[in-house]
Design a protein around this ligand. Structure first.
Ligand code: ADP
Ligand code: MG
Length: 184
């Protein structure tokens, strides 16, 4: 059955825009799936770190995908994409070329050792809630029973999250439903 899935992506090392672009492109090429939304890119202060802007800061965004791929297969696919874009498996908490998380899978609630959906920390992370709020502010979190926009208000402001400016023009040209850049 086709479901609406939200996938968070983030990169904080190397050519971050390029990694994000490639991730979105690979997601848009998945079989039995269609990308129905891509957020703008947000620049995020790393948690537990006092780095300067641009130094270790994350780029984050969210992709909305209509898909028939099961949650478990999707997790496998996301790990393969992370691996193909060079994430260092031995240093998972260090700098990461690309992190991909299943944020929501329709209204499903999954609680397995290696797969928890909705993502257990999404309601605490403004860098996830801001792009989600752009795509679907009225989406209801199935266990917290709050909309994304309510969660964003309640999350408070622990870390700096701002729109990346200027937004890059994508080099891969396959973003089907990209939001227009600010001010256009
Ligand atoms: P985080 O994304 O929380 O910063 P990691 O990317 O290092 O941390 O964690 C990856 C692990 O989290 C994977 O091994 C995966 O099995 C597990 N995991 C549990 N739930 C999810 C989810 N909803 N999306 C992605 N990975 C998940
Ligand atoms: Mg992850």
């Amino acid at each position: 059955m086709r479901e609406t899935v939200f996938i968070g992506f983030g990169s904080n090392v190397g050519d971050r825009v390029d990694f994000c672009d490639r991730a979105v492109t690979l997601l848009s090429l998945l079989p039995h799936s269609q990308v129905s939304g891509v957020s703008l890119l947000y620049e995020t202060e790393p948690v537990n770190d006092h780095a300067q802007p641009g130094d270790g800061w994350f780029l984050n965004g969210v992709v909305q995908l209509e898909t028939d791929i099961t949650p478990r297969s999707l997790l496998t696919v996301l790990r393969e994409i992370e691996r193909s874009l060079g994430r260092d498996e031995d240093n998972r908490s260090g700098p990461r070329t690309l992190d991909l998380d299943i944020l929501f899978y329709g209204q499903r609630i999954i609680d397995e050792p290696d797969l928890v959906v909705p993502h257990p920390r999404l309601h605490q992370r403004r860098f996830v809630l801001m792009p989600l709020n752009e795509l679907d502010p009225l989406l209801v979190h199935p266990t917290l029973q709050r909309t994304v926009s309510q969660l964003l208000i309640e999350a408070g402001k622990q870390s700096e999250v701002r729109l990346l400016f200027p937004q890059p023009s994508t080099r891969y040209g396959s973003r089907p439903a990209c939001s227009p850049p600010p001010g256009s």
